[in-house]
Design a protein around this ligand. Structure first.
Ligand SMILES: *[C@@H]1O[C@H](CO)[C@@H](O)[C@H](O)[C@H]1NC(C)=O
Ligand SMILES: *[C@@H]1O[C@H](CO)[C@@H](O)[C@H](O)[C@H]1NC(C)=O
Ligand SMILES: *[C@@H]1O[C@H](CO)[C@@H](O)[C@H](O)[C@H]1NC(C)=O
Ligand SMILES: *[C@@H]1O[C@H](CO)[C@@H](O)[C@H](O)[C@H]1NC(C)=O
Ligand SMILES: *[C@@H]1O[C@H](CO)[C@@H](O)[C@H](O)[C@H]1NC(C)=O
Ligand SMILES: *[C@@H]1O[C@H](CO)[C@@H](O)[C@H](O)[C@H]1NC(C)=O
Ligand SMILES: *[C@@H]1O[C@H](CO)[C@@H](O)[C@H](O)[C@H]1NC(C)=O
Ligand SMILES: [Cu+2]
Length: 608
């Protein structure tokens, strides 16, 4: 860790995390009255805001807008408030040069910042985001997904190209409008190819009823593995054949809130890319004696993160968008896409104490050249120019590539799963196709999207007959669906379902035995669950949300490789007059068609 322990900050905040003043588009931005009050790029600095940070022109409505609803007494899947408040955001996506860890690279950013602007709302607000695709050199389509939200009644706003919409064409804009229908911590990201690995990520905080007391909300703590190659060349390797193929690319570094140091002497000989040692690490301020909420988000591409804070226990109060019965631990494991909200009390040593925050990529599970991220935590009167000297917890990586035990997690609002109306296996496998390309498969099929034909828009026209490679699983009118995922492969997979919180009935080594269920009366619910290598996961959900819902591995390179299926839920409630899909969705296809008539789209991967 030598280099990492110094507190020299060799690069400016603008060089590592970008700036929200977007020179080229400034007039454009101002003409749209873009308010950047909380979409700062102070990530990882002592100037980072605490939350709530609502825009002054759109304040918190009186009192608790969620009224009498509570975390223990209100079923969030059947009841959510409607505050009538609209939270507006304007996102400009463009290509930039950035050096989050000192190694300079081309990235794709929203409003010039990495991580992107903060979205913040109350439970029951409407979030409206206008996305301007200004990606050039080369141009790319895009589409943004609001991870973990249910999109009940608005499945077309889920932001998956080829499923809900056509990609937003270069030069075009599109406005997403959706409800903040769950509360807690999440993120948004591009769902176009592996584009989010290039930098299009940001966090969402949705305030709601509380299940634990704390004093200060420190907001998001992004944990992300970082690759120095641009995402498109990694995808080329992942889906390549012969000598171009590398199905297990190794990350170069691991970042906390978009920062970490890098040892430039380890850059490959011949690589002339500008690289600066000691770019700078993230710093956090804790108020002595107070309890702080940290919103951990694994926003990376591949790696499982094991998060800890020297000398401190953490109280886990939520996993994904699900408040849980608080429990205490010194390490939290997060697969890609997963979140945990933790409480940390600044009660160790004195008011001048300082400690390391650590997040380690689990190297038995993921290839990582520099797996260990650190950030500095300072109590109220600590000297912020000095590096902490604390010692790490001795918590050896069990190497199971699994989440922390299901038995630790009890949802605060209890739901007992019904006996399922239908059960089916969606098992994971891989194949090498006839041209020598490695492909992941879910239920025997490797997914490939058709950007010009969104499945949901076809379903709305009553068309339920699709090419095999769209991997659509039609569950008809079944009221509840149980899915068994056996994974007889040597890789672990964070499986994500859109439109629902899955009830996680079981996970473990080998195939499911067909009987065992963890916490049968009130199993863990979340929207991403790790399926361990050579293991299984069983999940169930109620079919209360008609739509076409992606169920996929959230490892960017595996999704690109086809580890993806579409779950068609209650088709009769989508077709024709049953669901009214706004004309703007079809408009994305008109614009995409116009664009592709003049440009060739190089879709080398699954497309999502
Ligand atoms: C940086 O990497 C070089 C080459 O591997 C190594 O010799 C050196 O000790 C490293 N420096 C630090 C500070 O870790
Ligand atoms: C952490 O929690 C454990 C178990 O609850 C407890 O024994 C220990 O004293 C706690 N340590 C600190 C530093 O709070
Ligand atoms: C993270 O890595 C450090 C350095 O190798 C180690 O001391 C620490 O125990 C690890 N922590 C976790 C949670 O794995
Ligand atoms: C690699 O794939 C291409 C088509 O994508 C094919 O033309 C070529 O023969 C393949 N090479 C090998 C070594 O399989
Ligand atoms: C094999 O997969 C690659 C990568 O997705 C694809 O480009 C190629 O067309 C596939 N080959 C065949 C024969 O389908
Ligand atoms: C349904 O859509 C698919 C994919 O576009 C198309 O091939 C098929 O012909 C359509 N079926 C009908 C009945 O329109
Ligand atoms: C229930 O789902 C199964 C697939 O698991 C499907 O074959 C069946 O038709 C569905 N039943 C109804 C009533 O839609
Ligand atoms: Cu995977």
């Amino acid at each position: 860790m030598g280099a990492a322990l110094t507190l020299i900050f060799a690069l400016s905040q603008q060089q590592t995390n970008g700036s929200l003043i977007i020179d080229k588009f400034e007039n454009f931005v101002l003409s749209r009255k873009l308010t950047m009050a909380h979409s700062n790029s102070n990530w990882g600095t002592l100037k980072a805001p605490t939350f709530p940070q609502f825009l002054t022109n759109n304040p918190l409505p009186f009192g608790f807008p969620w009224g009498q609803d509570t975390a223990s007494g209100t079923n969030p899947y059947t009841q959510f408030p409607n505050t009538g408040v609209i939270r507006n955001y304007d996102f400009i996506i463009s290509r930039r040069v950035l050096a989050p860890d000192g190694y300079q690279k081309n990235v794709l950013l929203i409003n010039g910042a990495f991580p992107g602007p903060q979205i913040e709302a109350n439970w029951g607000d409407t979030i409206q985001v206008t996305v301007h695709n200004q990606i050039s050199g080369p141009e790319e389509g895009t589409a943004l997904h609001w991870h973990g939200l249910l999109q009940k009644g608005s499945p077309f706003m889920d932001g998956v190209p080829a499923v809900d919409q056509c990609p937003i064409a270069p030069g075009s804009s599109f406005t997403y409008t959706f409800n903040a229908d769950l509360y807690g911590t999440s993120w948004y990201h591009s769902h176009y190819s592996a584009q989010y690995s290039g930098g299009i990520v940001g966090s969402m905080i949705i305030h709601g009823p509380s299940n634990a007391k704390y004093d200060i909300d420190l907001g998001p703590v992004f944990l992300s593995d970082w690759f120095h190659k641009d995402y498109f060349s990694i995808v080329e390797e992942v889906v390549g054949n012969g000598t171009d193929s590398n199905t297990r690319p190794a990350s170069d570094n691991n970042l906390i809130n978009g920062k970490m140091n890098y040892n430039c002497s380890t850059v490959a000989a011949g690589d002339k890319t500008p690289c600066t040692n000691n770019a700078g690490i993230s710093q956090f301020k804790l108020t002595s004696g107070k309890t702080h909420r940290m919103r951990l988000i694994n926003a990376g591409s591949d790696g499982i993160q094991r998060f800890s804070i020297d000398g401190h226990n953490m109280t886990v109060i939520a996993n994904d968008f699900v408040p849980i019965q608080p429990y205490t631990t010194n390490v939290v494991t997060l697969g890609i896409g997963q979140r945990s909200d933790v409480l940390v009390t600044a009660n160790q040593g004195s008011s001048t104490s300082a400690f390391w925050m650590r997040s380690n990529i689990s190297t038995p599970c993921t290839e990582a050249l520099q797996p260990n991220a650190i950030a500095a935590i300072y109590y109220s009167n600590a000297d912020t120019t000095k590096a902490p000297t604390s010692t790490a917890w001795n918590v050896p990586d069990p190497g199971t590539c699994a989440n922390d035990a299901l038995s630790l997690t009890t949802p605060y609002y209890s739901i007992t799963p019904p006996s399922p109306a239908t059960t089916r296996n969606l098992d994971i496998s891989f194949t090498v196709n006839s041209t020598g390309h490695f492909r992941w498969q879910l239920d025997g099929t490797s997914f490939r999207a058709n950007y010009n034909n969104p499945v949901l828009l076809l379903a709305d026209k009553g068309n339920f007959t699709y090419p095999d490679e769209w991997n659509v699983k039609n569950f008809g009118s079944n009221s509840s669906i149980r899915i068994i995922v056996n994974n007889p492969t040597p890789a672990s997979h964070p499986m994500h379902l859109h439109g629902h919180n899955m009830q996680i009935l079981h996970e473990g080594p080998g195939n499911w035995d067909g009987v065992s269920i963890s916490n049968a009366n009130n199993p863990q619910r979340r929207d991403v669950q790790m399926v361990r290598a050579n293991g299984h996961m069983v999940m169930q959900f109620n079919a209360d949300n008609p739509g076409v819902w992606p169920f996929h591995c959230h490892i960017a390179w595996h999704t690109s490789g086809g580890l993806y299926a579409n779950i068609l839920e209650r088709p009769a409630d989508i077709a024709s007059s049953a669901m009214s899909i706004p004309q703007v969705m079809q408009q994305t296809c008109t614009e995409w068609m116009k664009y592709t008539n003049m440009a060739v789209v190089d879709q080398i991967d699954s497309g999502v």
